[in-house]
Ligand binder design. Structure first.
Ligand code: X8Z
Ligand code: ZN
Length: 573
């Protein structure tokens, strides 16, 4: 099948190359982009046997990753815990420092051990393949992706940093209050395993610990979803209803028949959520081992956003049935979820009860959103910036893991709870690294979704702060969204962005995100006024506490003072 496709692509390219297409003056016109697509033969000049070898390594890595299991901390005889179904649940609910540390380490050790050798082969072969296509290395090829082009990454990271540091300082103090002095220094990095997520990329899972107010101010509806015994299918139906309420398309009959939205009991399955386009105009599918909680409810919207995009651009030639860039694809469902997550909306759909909106609940809501969205930005940035450097050789093999932790320290202020060495290769514990999936798209998607949200809110006639906007039932907003999505990859992404912003900007920007979180930023600066902002650490490969388990700095006066000073649980207004 793959050979037949390559043959067809080679023939088409040969035919297309007979035209003098490179002489077109306007490089952005459809026909030029079409030629570019047909002639982008990827690895066709790479020797077929090497290409097969690389494909085999990649598929073996995916398979091994999807089957990886570890033993339970509570019962060492139970050794069938998988990442998405079991470990995710434990990370969400366990507040036992040692159990979390055990799981964190086991998952890394297991995946590293199984995948490291293959990753090194993949590294070499991917570089050879990329060079056969005229790139300097595979990282160079990754960087040529549309979503990376014309993006001022460093500037964006700088813009986000002050807000991130405030969130970090606040979180650290709350975690110290919860777990105690011997684990976390008040001016140090945060141990990566106690943030409720295997990769610490979102911290909203520990909102119970971080909530500055009483439980009643929590905008998390997980408990209500579980109390109602909600089924995954209901979560999907609610998501579909949101999209149709703004005039977008319902899911097809094939979608409901062929999607897998719960983990089959008798089968191993790649549980990482994904959306599929079978390109026949009706067969679209989602594969997801849905759990019933609010985080998963957002992921359902995320995945359905991919399907919405597929449906919107289905009228175009196959060459243009793609997102304007991959970041756009990641942003569609998340944009809608920004409305869905507002307390106002959750009340409308009766998932949030007895919740009064006031300045405290506003801050609680914004904090929870920041723990999902802002925290994610440095995390999503480093996966690929690390890979780009690994592929180029700027990070040599013998220090790949140390450099990884240096980056996690520098950009995220996180540290590993147990010492990591260069025998380990921790990025491999992440699905996207083990399966050769580029990650920068999520960084772009997380900024774009706030740009889309702002544009759609304006179109819907929303008045008031951006974080209170809910575009539910706004056909006007839906129409503008569709207008952009229907373009697929027909035009360069900047043009697509201009459509939704009505020419206000064609740049990827952090401004709407910063505007959204402005009230939280002010509140955090006030709350953190006596806090050390930032983090110090001399060794990024282990948390300070892990080297001196008695906590060399744990009982230092500075911490005790801090504790007395800030142990001030706020009450609701
Ligand atoms: O991989 C995903 C989606 C599928 S495109 C579930 N996401 C990233 C991740 O899980 O790491 C969504 C957010 C980031
Ligand atoms: Zn996605």
């Amino acid at each position: 099948m793959k050979d037949a496709l390559s043959e067809f692509e080679n023939e088409s390219a040969k035919e297309a190359d007979k035209f003098n297409w490179k002489e077109f003056e306007d490089k952005n016109i459809t026909i030029y982009r079409w030629f570019q697509y047909i002639l982008d033969l990827g690895s066709s000049s790479f020797p077929p046997e090497k290409s097969k070898e690389l494909d085999k390594i990649k598929s073996d890595m995916s398979l091994i990753y999807s089957k990886a299991k570890i033993c339970s901390y509570r019962s060492k005889k139970k050794c069938d815990l998988g990442l998405e179904e079991d470990l995710r649940k434990i990370l969400l609910t366990s507040r036992n420092y040692e159990e979390l540390k055990y799981i964190w380490k086991e998952w890394r050790d297991t995946t590293n051990k199984k995948l490291k050798k293959m990753f090194l082969q993949y590294l070499q072969l991917s570089n050879e393949m990329a060079r056969s296509e005229g790139f300097k290395d595979y990282g160079d090829k990754m960087k040529s992706e549309e979503s990376v082009k014309d993006v001022e990454v460093d500037k964006l990271m700088e813009q986000i940093k002050p807000l991130y540091k405030q969130i970090h300082a606040y979180t650290r103090r709350k975690l110290i209050q919860h777990y105690g002095a011997k684990y976390i220094r008040p001016d140090g990095p945060i141990p990566a395993h106690i943030l409720g997520h295997m990769f610490s990329q979102q911290w909203a899972q520990v909102f119970d610990i971080l909530n500055p107010f009483s439980k009643s101010a929590s905008p998390d509806v997980s408990a209500e979803m579980q109390r109602r015994k909600m089924k995954p299918i209901e979560m999907f139906k609610i998501a579909e209803e949101f999209f149709t309420s703004i005039g977008m398309q319902p899911m097809t009959a094939d979608f409901w028949q062929k999607s897998v939205i719960e983990k089959p009991k008798d089968k191993d399955m790649v549980c990482h959520a994904s959306a599929w386009n079978l390109h026949d105009g009706k067969d679209y599918r989602i594969k997801m081992c849905t759990q019933v909680n609010m985080g998963e409810f957002v992921t359902v919207h995320h995945e359905m956003g991919h399907i919405q995009y597929y449906q919107e651009y289905a009228h175009l030639p196959v060459a243009f049935q793609h997102g304007a860039n991959t970041g756009f694809h990641e942003a569609v469902g998340d944009t809608v979820a920004l409305s869905v997550s507002t307390p106002t909306h959750l009340k409308k759909i009766k998932l949030l009860k007895n919740f009064s909106t006031n300045s405290n609940s506003d801050i609680a809501f914004l904090l929870k959103m920041a723990l999902e969205k802002v925290v994610f930005l440095p995390s999503s940035y480093i996966y690929d910036s690390w890979r780009w450097k690994v592929f180029s050789g700027e990070i040599p093999q013998k220090v790949m893991n140390t450099q990884w932790w240096k980056m996690r320290n520098k950009y995220e202020g996180l540290c590993p709870p147990v010492r990591r060495t260069d025998d380990d290769l921790d990025p491999l514990s992440k699905y996207h690294v083990a399966t050769d999936t580029f990650y920068f798209r999520y960084f772009v998607g997380h900024l774009l979704q706030f740009q889309f949200h702002k544009a759609l809110c304006k179109e819907s006639g929303h008045k008031g702060p951006l974080h209170t906007c809910d575009i539910y039932q706004s056909k006007k907003a839906g129409k503008l969204f569709s207008k952009m999505l229907r373009l697929g990859s027909l035009v360069p992404w900047k043009e697509a962005l201009s459509v939704i912003t009505k020419n206000e900007t064609d740049e990827l920007s952090a401004d709407p995100l910063l505007e959204y979180f402005e009230p939280l930023y002010k509140w955090l600066k006030e709350r953190n006024r006596n806090e050390f902002i930032g983090w110090k650490s001399s060794d990024p490969t282990v948390c300070p506490e892990a080297t001196d388990s008695e906590g060399e700095g744990a009982d230092e006066p500075i911490y005790i003072e801090a504790r007395i000073e800030y142990d001030d649980e706020e009450t609701d207004e």
